[in-house]
Structure formats: structure tokens, C-alpha cells
Design a protein around this ligand. Structure first.
Ligand SMILES: Nc1ncnc2c1ncn2[C@@H]1O[C@H](COP(=O)(O)OP(=O)(O)OP(=O)(O)O)[C@@H](O)[C@H]1O
Length: 623
């Protein structure tokens, strides 16, 4: 387990939950070795508009020649000043790096891969990614259904959840909502404990204790207990208090991407004293030895000089040489000590259980999201009210052609915009996305499982919203009175719900790719506006457009849906030329005459177009 903090004693945790093999004697405990690990990243410098190709690329050495050994049965703390490379080291162990990595990372003589890491470990991320609408107990229960083996009974899951609630001191808040930015819920520290508790769910040997201490000391001592049962637990923490420091078995002291000390926690001060760096009486030894003072150039130069001297001394030290020999023994000559990995310990749930758990959790989340619900009701009603006020009942004179075109335009854009309006401002979508990323990284389910669960959970509200929109707009009594035929209403409704669905999935996909909701909003709106402009044929007849744009129109759903709705509305429609037309020439005595001019293939291609819209809907779903 790895704990990380940005402020004193507030920490985040990642857990390396490696299984001990055989009896619990030191030699049988698992072992994680890093040999000569170097990690480089590229940084782009310069204004963004120059793009990745033209900006200056700076290579940054994040880690240099790190050789360390983490053993089961020991709680290891990685300490060091901000930017010293602690997180990067943990990311390397978890196979979550983006830069160039050299060196070896071996667990039990096997090269570490993300699959191996997922199968032997639990990983508590730095940020608390939780759903604000759920209570602590619900959060842990859903997590347990996703993490524990599919054969676990309801009672076993309940017991395990209760166990971690007690163990993490969450009893008093177990039925409180997690809460978020808008609705206040449990405290930041409690959220941190829930995040850790989620990872502890997978530990079958976790003891139940009645302690309810809420302190960092309590959590670190729990981690020490877990470590002492034979697991590798790695944590990072900023400026630990002395009582917390006493709980560490092993210390990795990092600075400027290198190890300044790696060894027994109790030997730290004597090691530096022997090097000729005694720690002043009231100084924090960690700050004293490895912090780099960047207040001015001279201070920085002096402290960096000292840090590099300490790093060089460590590399020359017996402590370092002994570790290097051990690591080489384990990695380069692995045949000497054959070790096996018990991967069965972390057995995940079945696809069906994952699907039903995700579905239930999303439904509960949606049900409690009042704003989302209300938006799905008032958005269609608002648009209908504006249209009815503006157009009133449409007649069958020549002017009604323009009104009907306007209605078709609204009918294909409003459901899409409605989806954008509902999805993007919802505070729930970013948290659903964040939880999805966390759980995907933990390998709990596939993207397809998540997407199917997401689509199915949102389907009833979309049907409700589409019915509201279609019925109130289409009908004579409540709305504008479009072509009066039940079959045609069915087609109209089908198009509205398909576009609403495509709108929601497209917006979700954009939200997934672009994390900033403002940019996602702009991109979705531009996408729908440009697509309708180019491909609907409602604002400009398609055959008169540039050939390239005509081709482009084939790839958007709006081309087909506008043709379907045009055929639906104008085919066999009798139009009149009466005195109410006030001098308008009687150009179109029927809807078919209008179609022949503007949508000549709409009726003939009706079935094909419907097939394309339905297909693109299902394809969006499967993506
Ligand atoms: N992908 C990356 N791109 C650019 N710089 C990176 C990248 N990964 C790490 N770094 C840089 O490497 C250095 C070490 O980062 P890291 O996050 O590992 O530090 P840390 O010790 O965990 O710091 P803190 O305690 O503040 O979280 C930092 O200067 C960081 O900016």
C-alpha cells in the first residue's frame, strides 16, 4: 500500500496487496525488486498553438538509477520533498507511466506487467473518486460486489463491508452521503478512509477491530498490521509526525529523482551521522538532509550540492551495495530462488454481477440526482412551449411549409441539445467518469459492460423525456398538430428518441475525451450545429451544396433523420392555396410536390434511412 500526502498527515494510499506464499517465514514473503530504474518524460515548452510538432521538447529525468527492494512483512515509507519522484516510482510499480522507462521491475522473479499488478494488488489512487449521491455503506457495498469473487454471498459481502467500515473507523458516518461540491457530505478525511476501505475489501484476512480512531496514526498502524501479515505495503507521506515515523519498518528517502537512503527506519539518523551529517537536536531529519532550498540561486546551489553528495555517498555505501546484490540475485539470477505467485487471492466478480452492480449503482445515482431529473422534464417542455407559442396550430396553407420545416429542424436538434444540456452541467457525469476510470484501471470490468449499463439505466428517462416532447409537440390538442396519423407519430417518436440517445452517448464520449466541461459543451454544440447545417437539407438544399459537403453529410445522422421526418410530414399531405396565403403563389399544391423539389428521395429511401438511423444508434451504443 502506498500512502501519499500533500499536507502534514493527510495522505492518499495505494496498496500493493501481494500474497505471501507458503508459511509466513521471512523467506517466503513476497518480494518486489526495482533494478537500475530510470524514468524520462518529455515536456512541451512554448505556446499551445504551435502544436506538439513545433513546440520545443524538453527531456526531463524524473528518476535516475533507482535500485530498491520491497519485502513482504515490512511497511515501507517513501519520503522526500515535493517533486522528488515518489509518485513516479509508485506509478512505475503500478505500470502506469507515460514516459520512457528503463531498468527492471520484478515481482517474485516475474517482470511486472499491468495484468500482473492488477491480479496481485489493490491500488488506492491519490484523489478520492467517489459518487456523491451514495452513502458510505452503499459505496462500499457496490465496490464489494465489483471486487469480491462472483460466488460471494450477500451475507459475506455485507459482513466484509461491515468489517472495513469498523476497521476504517467509519461507523458513525456509514449511512451518511459522500457528498460533493454542492451537497455537503462526509469530511475530506472520511472520504480518504472510504477510498482506502474500498481497497481493503479485497483483503480476506482483514481483522475486525472496534477501534474508532480517526487519526493518521491509526491508519498507518492499520497499514503496518497489514504489512506485518506478510504483504508489501508502500506509502508516501509528507512530514510524518514522530509517532507515525516510528511505525515505519523501512524508509526510502528520495531527492531530485534519486535515492538518498533506503534501509531500516531505525538506522536512518545513525547512517547520516556516520556520514558526517548529524541532525541538529530540534530539526526534522528528513527536511534537514534532503530538502532543496529554492529561494535563491545560491541557496539552491548549496543545498543541491549537499543532496548530490548524500546521494553519491549512499550509492557508495554498504547499505546500497547490499540491496543491489540482493536485487541482482532476485532479478538477474532468478533461478537461484524460485518463487511462485498466488494470483488466485484477488479473484474478481463475474461479468453479469459487474453489469448488474453498475446498473443498480447508476440507477440509484440518477434517481437521487434531482437536478438531472428536472432538467430532463423541463427542457423538452420548454422547447415545446416556445414552439407552440410561436407557431400555434399549423394549417395546411403555403406558409405552413416553412413552419413544418422549422418543426423538423427543431425536432432533430432539440433532443440532441437537450442531451447536451442535461449531461454536461450535471455534476454527476464527471464523478461517474472518474469512478469509471478508477475501476477500469483496477481491471474490474470492461468498457462495453459499463456502456451497456449506462445506456440501459438512462433509457427509461430518455423514453419519458421523448414521450413528453413528442406527444406535446406533435398532437393537435397540446401542440402544433403535425400530420395526424398514429403510424407517422410512431416514426416521429422513434427519431426523437434515437437522436436523444445519440446525443447523450456522443456528449458522454466527448466528456470522456475532454475533461473540461466547458470545452465539452462547446464541442458538442458546434458538432450538432455544423452537422445540421451541412447535412439536414433543411437550411440549404443538399444537391446545391459543394460536393465535398454533400459527401460529408452522409456521415451524420441528421441527413437521414431530416429526410425521414420530411417524408413523414409531407408525403400525401394536401396543401391549399387560399386567400389566407395573402398573395403567396401556389407553388406546392401538395406535400409531395414540395418533397419532389427538396427531398426527392425521401419517400423512396424511407426504409433505408430508418435502417441507417437505427443502426447508427446501436453502433453508438456498442462503441
Ligand atoms: N508525465 C510527466 N510530465 C512532466 N513532468 C513529470 C511527469 N511525471 C513526473 N514529472 C515530474 O517529475 C518530478 C517528480 O514528480 P512526482 O510526482 O513523482 O513527485 P513527488 O515526489 O510525488 O511530488 P509530490 O510529493 O509533490 O507529489 C516532478 O518535477 C514532476 O513535475
Amino acid at each position: 500500500m502506498i500512502l501519499k500526502t500533500n499536507s502534514r498527515n493527510k495522505f492518499t494510499t495505494r496498496m500493493l496487496n501481494c500474497t505471501a506464499v507458503g508459511t509466513k517465514q521471512d523467506d517466503d514473503f513476497p518480494c518486489l525488486n526495482l533494478l537500475g530504474v530510470n524514468y524520462d518524460v518529455k515536456e512541451y515548452v512554448g505556446p499551445w498553438y504551435k502544436g506538439a510538432c513545433f513546440r520545443y521538447r524538453r527531456h526531463k529525468k524524473v528518476l535516475r538509477d533507482v535500485t530498491v527492494q520491497f519485502k513482504g512483512g515490512e511497511l515501507t515509507a517513501l519520503l522526500g520533498n515535493s517533486g522528488s519522484g515518489k509518485t513516479s516510482l509508485l506509478d512505475i510499480i503500478a505500470c502506469r507511466t507515460s514516459g520512457k522507462l528503463t531498468g527492471k521491475v520484478y515481482y517474485q522473479n516475474q517482470e511486472m506487467t499491468s495484468t500482473l499488478f492488477q491480479s496481485i494488488s489493490a491500488y488506492v489512487i491519490q484523489a478520492d473518486r467517489l459518487l456523491a449521491t451514495l452513502s458510505v455503506r452503499e459505496t462500499l457495498t457496490y465496490a464489494a460486489y465489483l471486487r469480491l469473487p462472483g460466488r460471494s454471498s450477500k451475507q459475506e459481502i455485507k459482513d466484509q463491508v461491515q468489517r472495513v467500515i469498523i476497521d476504517m473507523g467509519l461507523r458513525q458516518v456509514s449511512d451518511s452521503r459522500i457528498g460533493g461540491l454542492i451537497t455537503r457530505g462526509i469530511s475530506g478525511g472520511e472520504k480518504r478512509r472510504v477510498t482506502i476501505a474500498i481497497q481493503l475489501l479485497q483483503d480476506p484476512n482483514e481483522p475486525t477491530s472496534g477501534l474508532d480512531s480517526h487519526t493518521a496514526h491509526y491508519l498507518v498502524s492499520k497499514l503496518a498490521e497489514i504489512a506485518h501479515r506478510g504483504k508489501i505495503v508502500i506509502l508516501t507521506i509528507h512530514q510524518p509526525r514522530s509517532d507515525i515515523f516510528d511505525l515505519f519498518d523501512q524508509i526510502g528517502l528520495m531527492s531530485v529523482g534519486e535515492m538518498a537512503y533506503f534501509g531500516k527506519a531505525g538506522n536512518l539518523v545513525s547512517y547520516f551521522t556516520n556520514l558526517g551529517y548529524p541532525c541538529p537536536k530540534y530539526a526534522n531529519p528528513l527536511d534537514h538532509y534532503i530538502s532543496v532550498d529554492r529561494r535563491n540561486y545560491e541557496q539552491q546551489h548549496n543545498t543541491l550540492f549537499r543532496v548530490h553528495k548524500l546521494i553519491d555517498s549512499y550509492l557508495d555505501s554498504q547499505v546500497c551495495k547490499a540491496i543491489r546484490n540482493d536485487v541482482i540475485e532476485e532479478t538477474i539470477k532468478p533461478s537461484r530462488k524460485k518463487r511462485s505467485i498466488n494470483k488466485n487471492m484477488i479473484e474478481t466478480t463475474s461479468v453479469f454481477r459487474a453489469f448488474f452492480t453498475l446498473y443498480r449503482r447508476l440507477c440509484v445515482n440518477l434517481w437521487r440526482d434531482r437536478h438531472n431529473w428536472l432538467a430532463r422534464i423541463y427542457c423538452p417542455l420548454f422547447y415545446v412551449a416556445v414552439n407552440v407559442l410561436y407557431l400555434q396550430q399549423i394549417k395546411d396553407d403555403q406558409q405552413s411549409i416553412q413552419n413544418r420545416i422549422g418543426l423538423i429542424y427543431n425536432s432533430i436538434t432539440v433532443p440532441f441539445f437537450g442531451a447536451i444540456i442535461v449531461v454536461i452541467p450535471s455534476s454527476k457525469i464527471p464523478s461517474i467518469r472518474d469512478v469509471f476510470y478508477r475501476e477500469r484501471r483496477d481491471g474490474l470490468y470492461s468498457v462495453t459492460t459499463f456502456l451497456i449499463a449506462y445506456m440501459l439505466h438512462v433509457l427509461p428517462v430518455q423514453i419519458f423525456s421523448s414521450v413528453l416532447f413528442s406527444v406535446t409537440l406533435y398532437c393537435n390538442d397540446s401542440g402544433v398538430g403535425m400530420y395526424n396519423d398514429i403510424g407517422r407519430f410512431g416514426i416521429y417518436f422513434g427519431i426523437v428518441i434515437s437522436i436523444m440517445f445519440i446525443g447523450e452517448i456522443t456528449t458522454m464520449a466527448i466528456m470522456g475525451a475532454v475533461h473540461n466541461p466547458g470545452i465539452a459543451n462547446t464541442m458538442s454544440s458546434l458538432f450538432v450545429s455544423a452537422s445540421v447545417l451541412v447535412s439536414s437539407g433543411l437550411l440549404r438544399s443538399l444537391p446545391n451544396m459543394l460536393e465535398g459537403l454533400q459527401w460529408l453529410s452522409y456521415i451524420t445522422v441528421f441527413r437521414y433523420s431530416s429526410q425521414i421526418l420530411a417524408a413523414n410530414e409531407f408525403n400525401k399531405l394536401n396543401l391549399t392555396c387560399t386567400s389566407s396565403d395573402k398573395g403567396t403563389p401556389c407553388q406546392y399544391p401538395s406535400g409531395d410536390a414540395f418533397l419532389a423539389d427538396f427531398f426527392p428521395y425521401a419517400v423512396g429511401d424511407l426504409k433505408i434511412n430508418i435502417g441507417i438511423v437505427v443502426n447508427s444508434d446501436t453502433r453508438q451504443n456498442v462503441k
